[in-house]
Design a protein around this ligand. Structure first.
Ligand code: FAD
Ligand code: NAI
Length: 475
């Protein structure tokens, strides 16, 4: 292999592989190094997202939702199924096939874009050097004008519930080989809710143990209130203010002790998923001699993802900000373009978030608490899906759209959705917010009828007390 590159990217997750492709598109000679590989020596490109994150979890969310609908909901539509059977092995195979297709697809994208790749563990040893330790233990030194660290993150382990036969992380939770009768989940965050929902729909009795008293504190308070009610209705037993104090492995199950309101409780589960957050992969990735600061495990970078060494950059989960695939990819594009002397930026004020439960939860911009904390006067427009013809027709009338706009300028400051197609509605909102829209701009836009997006239109109308299909606030 030629040893001098314009750019060496360490890690091929959605931050790294996207960045490598854009670097090459911009005429930079680029190498992407990936540590993970299969037993037959094939690189596992795509990182957490494609292999054990976004994609497999969404595949199982979809399959489990179809099973749940067939099992519990289709009879309401006059569709009777005589002998419904769950074939978990086929469900898992479908998920694995999707993962194989997408990760294999990255090899094709690399070839098409002339990105070179190498299997091994990369370490930045000097300002222009990456040392790669290959699977056979040999090392190779690569010279690079620029280095992009995109090494991602891994699940956090807690001392009171160490991973074992019956205690698994999110990766283990994506490949259980039978449906646990009783499933415990530690952490009512995004993974806990998404994967808790998967197994609950497939028949598990799910108990979620969450340390905080507040449910989904990062969401708008109306969303947090409404979603807690809905998930409890769906059968998730969510125990807030509860901390796991110890676990004990039994032959076929695990005993979990946890404290809630100073009371000690004990439950036994067939499996326990621990989903209490993720930690950045920053250790032993950059030589200490370079003096690049690591803050709470995250590689310290400026707004353009540049470290204190000008030609060394870091992107994705290994740097500050939300641990989301799209945030990492946009950082990867920005860095590639900055290396090519363009002036690209990431708008960190408009990073969308989605929780793929059913219904979905999605938001962008500020919520009511943040606006209050920032002393910004705002207006609220809200529209329930129960008043949307399309939502009723498709049997998805739970939830609402909430639009927050500036009290004086009417500029949209935040959009929060719990309900059908929440992610897509928030994406529409985000595009309009990128162009500085007001709620009146949305109100004056024509929406197809009947669509669930009309709820966004009505929420924007409601911000100015002009909603048509619900009552408005008294003036
Ligand atoms: P990663 O995807 O973690 O990739 C890092 C890569 O670097 C890995 O392939 C790793 O093997 C490699 N690597 C690490 N160290 C080295 C080294 N020293 N040398 C060489 N290679 C190395 N986000 C969303 O936006 N939407 C979702 O729906 C979503 N769902 C998720 C579901 C689950 C169950 C999980 C766990 C996460 C989910 N995420 C989701 C988060 C998303 O997966 C991450 O934010 C994203 O993968 C981060 O991208 P990254 O490129 O920074 O890191
Ligand atoms: P999270 O940060 O979303 O949630 C972790 C939860 O665990 C929090 O509510 C926290 O209070 C709780 N917790 C922490 N320690 C605890 C303890 N000892 N006992 C009980 N509860 C405890 O983290 P999660 O769910 O692990 O996901 C990690 C990250 O992966 C997410 O923050 C997100 O960035 C990404 N992700 C994104 C998805 C998406 O975009 N749809 C889907 C899944 C993951």
């Amino acid at each position: 292999m030629e040893k001098m590159f314009d750019v060496v990217v360490v890690g091929s997750g959605p931050a790294g592989y996207v960045s490598a492709i854009r670097c090459s598109q911009l005429g930079l000679k680029t190498l992407c190094i990936e540590e993970s590989h299969s037993d037959n020596g094939k690189p596992n490109f795509g990182g957490t997202c494609l292999n054990v994150g976004c994609i497999p979890s969404k595949a199982l969310l979809d399959s489990s939702h179809r099973y749940y609908e067939a099992n519990k909901k289709l009879s309401e539509h006059g569709i009777q199924i005589e002998s419904l059977k769950l074939d978990l092995k086929s469900m898992m195979k479908r998920k694995d096939d999707i993962v194989d297709k997408l990760t294999g697809g990255i090899s094709g994208l690399f070839s098409a874009n002339k990105v070179e790749s190498m299997i091994g563990r990369g370490k930045v040893t000097d300002i222009n050097t990456v040392e790669v330790t290959k699977p056979d233990g040999s090392t190779e030194t690569i010279d690079a004008k620029n280095i992009i660290v995109a090494t991602g993150s891994k699940p956090i382990e807690i001392p009171s519930a160490k991973y074992s036969k019956h205690i698994v992380d999110s990766t283990g939770a994506l490949c259980l080989n039978s449906v646990p009768k009783k499933l415990g989940v530690v952490g009512a965050g995004i993974i806990g809710l998404e994967l808790g929902s998967v197994w609950s729909r497939l028949g598990s009795e799910v108990t979620v143990i969450e340390a905080l008293d507040e449910f989904l504190p990062m969401t708008d308070h109306d969303i947090s209130k409404e979603t807690l009610k809905e998930f409890k209705k769906q059968g998730l037993d969510i125990k807030l203010g509860s901390k796991v104090t110890s676990t004990k492995e039994l032959k076929n199950s695990v005993k979990v002790k946890f404290e809630s309101n100073d009371q000690e409780n004990e439950m036994e589960f067939d499996k326990l998923i621990v989903a209490v957050g993720r930690a950045p992969n920053s250790s032993n990735v950059i030589s200490d001699e370079l003096n690049i600061e690591i803050e709470d495990g995250f590689i310290k970078v400026n707004d353009f993802c540049q470290t204190s060494v000008n030609n060394i950059w870091a992107i994705g989960d290994v740097v500050r900000g939300p641990m989301l695939a799209h945030k990492g990819s946009e950082e990867g594009i920005m860095v590639a373009e900055r290396i090519a002397e363009k002036h690209t930026e990431v708008n960190y004020d408009l990073v969308p978030s989605v929780i793929y439960t059913h219904p979905e939860i999605a938001w962008v911009g500020q919520n009511e608490k943040e606006l209050k904390d920032n002393n910004i006067d705002y207006k609220v427009g809200k529209f329930p899906f129960a008043a949307s013809g399309r939502a009723l027709a498709v049997d998805q009338s739970v939830g609402f759209v909430k639009v927050l706009s500036h009290a004086k300028t009417d500029t949209i400051l935040g959009v929060h959705v719990f309900g059908p197609a929440a992610a897509e509605i928030v994406q529409q909102a985000l595009i309009s917010m990128e162009f500085g829209s007001s709620s009146e701009d949305i109100a004056l836009t024509m929406f197809s009828h009947p669509t669930v997006s009309e709820a966004f239109h009505e929420a924007a109308l409601s911000a100015n007390n002009l909603a048509i299909h619900i009552g408005n606030k008294k003036k």
